[in-house]
Write a protein that binds this ligand. Structure first.
Ligand SMILES: C[S@@+](CC[C@H](N)C(=O)[O-])C[C@H]1O[C@@H](n2cnc3c(N)ncnc32)[C@H](O)[C@@H]1O
Length: 257
């Protein structure tokens, strides 16, 4: 099995976004954007970036947003066709109603616009561990294993994980296609949690990598359970913006006869 790193996949996404979004004045919405951005600085320079987040401390710490909004991505409704790009990175795993957020993203996108989702994979080794363990254990892990001193404090990782069933990649893709999205890019890659663990605690990292290899063998190498994260880029097709209303459709059909 060939291992894809997060950096490799992120670079591929950045190139795709740069190609698909030429020109200036790109309207970008970072949903749950917090204080860090995963899109390239070259695109951000040419854009107006709106960051919406539910955590006031995260927004305060954000230094690059043109507009900051304190709100919930599952409820905040932008007018139709407000953005060329929506980025939702490491957020959907924290949502109680991610399907509501995807509806709002579809509406807020301009036809031809893109939605870039980055998220951990609940159907991976680290995803299973996260689901099976309580939040206090995640805080302990970040603090004492990964060495994040402020872990668990307001505005700091780890944020509470929900893992609604719709955020599993296969279910997510099927759901978004039903909404009208088209898949432009999808890649599962070696999980960030495993990478961070291997960097900070090499021995523990090697032990976990060996355990994951055994688990992969049990699946007869059909799956790589070390692929703890994924990137997904979806397009709102241009035709979505000009779908005729039911009454207009009847007129067109009548004229065609
Ligand atoms: C793991 S952080 C990711 C932040 C940023 N996107 C990044 O990749 O660095 C998760 C972010 O989602 C935000 N968040 C969680 N639930 C949210 C919601 N319902 N509405 C808006 N933001 C939310 C958190 O406050 C936090 O800033």
């Amino acid at each position: 099995m060939k291992t894809v790193t997060g950096q490799f996949s992120l670079q591929a996404v950045r190139e795709l976004l740069a190609e698909r979004l030429p020109g200036d004045n790109i309207r970008i919405y970072e949903a749950g954007g917090g204080s860090a951005s995963f899109i390239g600085a070259d695109i951000r320079k040419r854009a107006e970036v709106t960051v919406l987040d539910i955590d006031a401390t995260q927004l305060e710490n954000n230094t690059y947003a043109d507009k900051k909004i304190l709100g919930d991505v599952q409820a905040f409704e932008f007018p139709a066709s407000s953005f060329e790009l929506i980025v939702c990175y490491n957020v959907i795993e924290h949502l109680d109603a991610p399907d509501r957020a995807f509806d709002l993203f579809f509406r807020a996108l301009d036809p031809g616009g893109l939605l870039f989702i980055g998220a951990p994979n609940p159907s991976s080794f680290s995803g299973y561990i996260t689901k099976m363990t309580p939040h206090w254990f995640h805080v302990w892990y970040y603090k004492y294993i990964l060495g994040y001193k402020s872990a668990g404090q307001p505005g700091s990782v780890p944020f509470r994980t929900v893992y609604h069933p719709v955020v599993s990649p296969r279910v997510l893709i099927a759901h978004c296609k039903k909404l009208g999205f088209r898949v432009v890019y999808f890649k599962e890659y070696q999980g960030d949690l495993l990478r961070q663990l291997t960097e900070k605690r090499p021995l523990l990292g090697k032990l976990l990598t060996a355990t994951i290899s055994c688990a992969n063998a049990i699946t007869l190498w059909k799956r790589d359970l070390g692929n703890g994260d994924f990137h997904l880029v979806l397009e709102k097709p241009r035709s979505a913006g000009v779908s005729p209303s039911a009454s207009m459709k009847n007129v067109v059909e009548y004229q065609a006869r």
